[in-house]
Design a protein around this ligand. Structure first.
Ligand SMILES: [Zn+2]
Ligand SMILES: [Zn+2]
Length: 286
């Protein structure tokens, strides 16, 4: 089979290496069927609404608003240039911020119709430790403000549930579904957190969302894809569609460990992966 990698970043977000064209060329070299370009949507618009956002270095998390046009122009250029060799699909990774979903649409709407798919993600919590970019190693000390790691997980799943339930937050795929494990900060009360996970999965199913199997966790301290095998089994039981993403921040990471992960999801029972074009989902056999 030819792999499809739906999750990549590029130098526009200022913490990834390589141009969009570099990712496309590498994906052609790896003989992929699809390369999805899904860079982080700007955080910049939030600064006028969330004064404490200046506590996090958001300029290094995403492109600026005036780079959105550059992004779309470059995407169109590479899609046309390489159309006989690979399918280039357009996406964004959207961060969910509570009560900011309406505001986001003011900036996103004019670009949305050009997109093939949208990822929804949570990287920032607004909870016990204040505004907390919990997957940024510069803020690891903030974990100390929680009594147990479980509290971080519960805040995270509450945020995911709010994201899923928000009528204004329009997206197709949930990415890195158990991101708080990134630094190997593990759950203590497994049943407590698993109950919340299942509640979140049921909401995702009700909204007919796809969940990504993201291989970047294998490159982090967690040493495990997002989400864990246990969660993928729950997803399979609920018949939730999946697809694969490497979350590459370097062209070399494209399709990272896809062979192993394809074998894993097949062993759980999956025989299809989701595929997106112009916000419509179809499936490929694996
Ligand atoms: Zn990133
Ligand atoms: Zn990403």
């Amino acid at each position: 089979m030819r792999y499809e990698d739906w999750h990549t970043h590029n130098s526009l977000c200022k913490h990834a290496i390589g141009s969009i064209e570099d990712y496309v060329k590498q994906a052609i070299k790896f003989k992929l069927n699809v390369i999805g370009i899904s860079d982080h949507f700007p955080y910049e618009y939030l600064a006028s609404y969330i004064p404490s956002l200046d506590q996090i270095p958001y300029e290094r998390y995403a492109m600026s608003l005036n780079e959105l046009n550059i992004y779309v122009t470059q995407l169109n250029q590479v899609r046309n240039k390489y159309e006989n060799q690979i399918k280039v699909r357009f996406g964004f990774e959207l961060d969910y911020f509570k009560d900011m979903d309406e505001v986001l649409n003011n900036y996103l709407d004019s670009f949305k119709e050009k997109m093939d798919y949208l990822y929804g993600s949570v990287h920032v919590l607004f909870g016990k430790a204040g505004i907390f970019a919990f997957d940024d190693s510069r803020f690891l000390n903030k974990y100390e403000e929680y009594t147990v790691n479980d509290e971080v997980y519960l805040e995270f799943y509450t945020a995911l549930q709010n994201m899923i339930a928000s009528p204004a937050f329009d997206f197709d795929i949930i990415t890195h579904f158990d991101l708080p494990k990134k630094f190997d900060k593990r759950v203590e009360d497994k049943t407590l957190v698993l109950d919340k996970v299942i509640e979140t999965l049921e909401l995702a199913k009700k909204s007919d969302l796809t969940i990504e199997i993201n291989t970047s966790g294998l490159r982090k301290q967690a040493k495990e894809q997002y989400p864990s095998e246990d969660i993928i089994k729950e997803m399979y039981a609920l018949d939730i569609p999946i697809l694969l993403g490497s979350d590459a921040h370097n062209p070399e990471e494209i399709a990272f460990k896809f062979k192993e992960i394809t074998a894993l999801v097949k062993s759980i029972g999956y025989n299809q992966l989701a595929h997106f074009k112009e916000r419509k989902r179809s499936f490929i056999e694996i």
